[in-house]
Design a protein around this ligand. Structure first.
Ligand SMILES: [Zn+2]
Length: 348
């Protein structure tokens, strides 16, 4: 077998985020002493998945320049990784349906599709790697199936489990893995990266980063030029509640998908709650004045209730039976925090 199909074509190997480069090099330098199961953890939205992909790509590369270097981008293995077809690599993720909605769990049937991957030796005489991302989406049955494999790992098998909430993993799984913690970037590094990735200004990068709760990847998603204007418009629309009627706000939101505006609405309510308690807003610091004014017209109980209703709506966000009604109900949850239901009923 030709083990070294070096092509002249360059396939960019999967890359870790800039703030994770040192950690990646560090792990790769110890590539011969890696355990058979790694559990990567760190703050959400900081690039854990990218790190896992970059690590797998580098470990499977057949002509790495040094022990600590990423994939060469030129060997057959790097080509297969770029095409998603490396025979010694598998990834278990949430399933995505035709509407783009992700499944809540990684089901045991998915795990079973790996079939003889665990028992048949490596195709390329190197490692075999399975990424499970996010590992906290494994349901109990799948976790038990995985546990059996973790207890008797095959030769050269490496599991890379990825989760930003490792307390949601069964202790039996955690105890079989070596924990590897990855830090997120500091504020300056995060903002610089968002600016570079989206071309937005430094001030906007800070705004989007706050809106995403400090997580740089979702912030870059918000800041992408094609989406940024829509996100601003949605927020301006939501901020009009309750001074503009719910139906009018619902009209203005019709052109946006619920999965885009509902998280903004939820964070808006969370910030109202924080301001009500005398804390600074976390997500929308530039809207501090409006949040202060609104918080003065509500109370903590009603804001907590609004948050609870919106959390319930979040479970339906991918497939509301009646999108218009869903929108009005969600907006109504916030509007009700300012106008007691009793007053409304008395007025009827
Ligand atoms: Zn390579």
């Amino acid at each position: 077998m030709n083990n070294n199909n070096v092509s002249s074509e360059h396939h960019a190997p999967p890359e870790a985020m800039p703030w994770h480069q040192t950690a990646l090099t560090d792990l790769l330098t110890h590539r011969d002493r890696l355990p058979h199961a790694l559990l990567l953890t760190g703050p959400a939205g900081t690039g854990l998945s990218q790190f896992g992909q970059a690590l797998a790509g580098a470990l499977l590369c057949e002509t790495p320049q040094t022990a600590g270097s990423p994939g060469c981008g030129r060997c057959a293995a790097c080509g297969w990784m770029a095409a998603g077809s490396h025979p010694d690599f598998r990834a278990l993720n949430r399933m995505v349906d035709d509407d783009g909605k992700e499944s809540a769990e990684i089901k045991v049937e998915q795990f079973r599709t790996l079939g003889d991957f665990f028992t048949v030796g490596a195709h390329r005489a190197g490692r075999r790697i399975v990424i499970i991302d996010p590992a906290d989406a494994l349901n109990t049955v799948t976790a038990n199936a995985l546990l059996k494999t973790l207890e008797e790992p095959g030769e050269g098998l490496l599991f890379i489990l990825i989760s930003h909430r490792i307390d949601a993993l069964p202790p039996t799984i955690r105890s079989r893995c070596q924990l590897y913690r990855l830090d997120g970037p500091d504020l300056d590094a995060a903002c610089a990266w968002i600016q570079g990735a989206t071309g937005c200004s430094a001030q906007d990068a800070q705004t989007w980063l706050a809106m995403a709760g400090g997580a740089p990847l979702p912030a870059a998603h918000l800041a992408e030029p094609a989406r940024a204007a829509a996100h601003r418009a949605m927020l301006e629309t939501l901020a009009k509640l309750p001074d503009t009627a719910t139906v009018e706000v619902a009209d203005a939101l019709q052109s946006f998908e619920p999965r885009l505006w509902l998280p903004l609405l939820q964070r808006w309510v969370m910030d109202l709650g924080r301001v009500k308690q005398g804390a600074a807003p976390r997500y929308f610091p530039q809207w501090s004045g409006r949040l202060q004014e609104l918080a003065g017209r509500s109370d903590t109980d009603r804001l907590v209730k609004a948050g609870r209703v919106l959390a319930g709506q979040f479970r339906l966000v991918g497939h509301p039976l009646n999108p218009r009604l869903f929108c009005e109900e969600s907006l109504g949850a916030l509007a009700n925090a300012f106008t007691p239901i009793a007053t409304l009923e008395r007025g009827r």
